[in-house]
Design a protein around this ligand. Structure first.
Ligand code: SF4
Ligand code: SF4
Length: 456
């Protein structure tokens, strides 16, 4: 019994579900869990951050610090109704409270990092919906990122190198651009027909890649750099902006132009490092952000994708980065600039990054309300993650598909013409779902809709 449980029993409160209880409940037929120290290369708990040189990175915690964060959880369970994975499985180990207990048990040395335990932790989307309802202000995202970093640090060198290389490839703007070109030429090629004929696109391990390729083929655009001598803002499109929401880049440049804002679109795109950090590689993530800081200016940094902006803000030097709709909503709008009317039903998707980390997407509604006759509504189930969550849609395809269905089915029942979203990963995931449903709904960035309705 833990010290907290002794205190709760003394005060007549029900005992918190401990990590061992959670696993015993859900794994009655499993062999008993063994001490993790045997499996970890390091000798017991660490008093220092895993990477000694990155004491300021929230993803790189000492065990003591990780436990201090986790111990702030009072196990009240108020976060449970907010958690999409718990709603799906109804398993305590797939809830925020359960995951915190598992991290505590693992870091304390009471639980081994078995595939089953890893599965419960990996099942977390890091959507951070749980943080929004937590009365103890538990930094759940930092706990999960810290635990992931600890796990990765304990893996073999070759496994770390393998994992880091494919995530680094996904974070590389040039490779992303090449992927976009490939997807476009592949979509209608004999190769695609052959893959469909062989039913490779139905294979459980391959299907996430095929469905994303189909969405990228629609959304990818080659961007045209617009570096200028004298500019007002720097536009940040991220490593996958060109691939995932390519049309939004030119559209954003047009909207800026119409509002008299001189935007700088650099020759080379950069990465915020989010995918690397959430997968346990905070060093590599930080080097991406450092490169951005070194090449940066004093101009406002305005990001197209809400998840990238949330990630940029994790660095103190980039803490004032803006999400593009939030930025434009605060700019004066010329009286003479009247948008053309559009009779269309538009659902506004609110990504978790915008809702839980940037304070909500009211600015998207404000901007789109400038389009006369638009039938604008929030997307149903906006409070739930769509299941994209960075690399999650590739790593946990079943849960990702289930969460998408929960969200997309009621949305498609509303017969929208367009779905708008401010996050590039969500855009691809939603579009892939629309394609799978055989519907012809556009999934675009709000900037694309604004640019289309600009007067000629
Ligand atoms: S709401 Fe906060 S304190 Fe309560 S169980 Fe969830 S994480 Fe812990
Ligand atoms: S971050 Fe999201 S998926 Fe993970 S425990 Fe919290 S609410 Fe659940």
């Amino acid at each position: 019994m833990t010290r907290r449980d002794r205190g709760r029993r003394a005060s007549g409160l029900p005992l918190a579900p401990t990590a061992s209880l959670i696993l015993t409940r859900s794994s009655a037929n499993q062999p008993p869990l063994s001490c993790p120290v045997k499996q970890l290369p390091r000798n017991g708990r660490s008093e220092r951050p895993i990477h000694s040189h990155c004491t300021t990175d929230p993803s790189c915690r000492s065990d003591k610090e990780l436990l201090r964060l986790a111990d702030q959880c009072v196990k009240c369970g108020l976060c449970l109704p907010l958690c999409p994975t718990y709603a799906q499985t109804r398993n305590e180990a797939d809830s925020p409270r359960g995951r915190i207990s598992l991290v505590q048990g693992w870091v304390n040395g009471d639980l081994a990092m078995t595939p089953r335990l890893a599965g419960h932790l990996d099942g977390c989307l890091t959507c951070r919906a749980c943080e929004t309802g937590c009365p103890s202000l538990v930094a759940f995202g930092q706990i999960m990122d810290g635990a992931k970093t600890r796990r990765v640090a304990s893996q073999s060198r070759w496994r770390r190198a393998l994992d880091q290389s494919w995530i680094a490839a996904l974070s590389n703007p040039r490779l992303n651009a090449a992927l976009g070109r490939f997807a476009k030429s592949y979509a209608h090629s004999p190769l695609a027909r052959l893959a469909r004929w062989l039913r490779l696109d139905r294979h459980p391990r391959l299907s996430p890649f095929f469905r994303l390729t189909g969405a990228i083929a629609v959304n990818a655009r080659t961007r045209v750099p617009a570096a200028r001598e004298s500019t007002d803002i720097d536009l940040f499109v991220g490593c996958s902006g060109e691939t995932a929401q390519g049309g939004a880049i030119a559209a954003a440049m047009e909207v800026f132009e119409r509002l008299g804002i001189r935007a700088n679109l650099p020759d080379t795109a950069s990465c915020c490092g989010a995918m690397l950090r959430h997968n346990g590689f905070p060093d590599a993530a930080r080097s991406h952000r450092n490169a951005l800081v070194e090449t940066g200016s004093n101009r406002p940094l305005v990001g197209l994708s809400s998840a990238c902006v949330a990630e940029l803000r994790e660095s103190p030097e980039l803490a004032d980065a803006w999400e593009i709709c939030d930025y434009l909503d605060r700019q004066p709008w010329p009286e003479a600039l009247q948008l053309r009317p559009l009779r269309a039903r538009v659902l506004v998707h609110e990504p978790c990054s915008h809702r839980n980390l940037l304070g909500g997407n009211a600015s998207v509604h404000h901007l789109l309300e400038r389009i006369p006759e638009l039938d604008l509504a929030p997307m149903p189930e906006n409070h739930r993650c769509c299941g994209a969550a960075g690399t999650y849609l590739l790593q946990q395809p079943e849960m990702s598909a289930a969460l998408l269905a929960n969200k997309l089915d009621p949305a498609l029942s509303a017969s929208p013409d367009i779905i708008v979203t401010t996050n590039s990963g969500c855009a691809l995931h939603l579009l892939a779902g629309v394609q799978e449903a055989g519907r012809s709904v556009e999934v675009i960035h709000p900037m694309e809709l604004l640019a289309r309705q600009m007067p000629s």
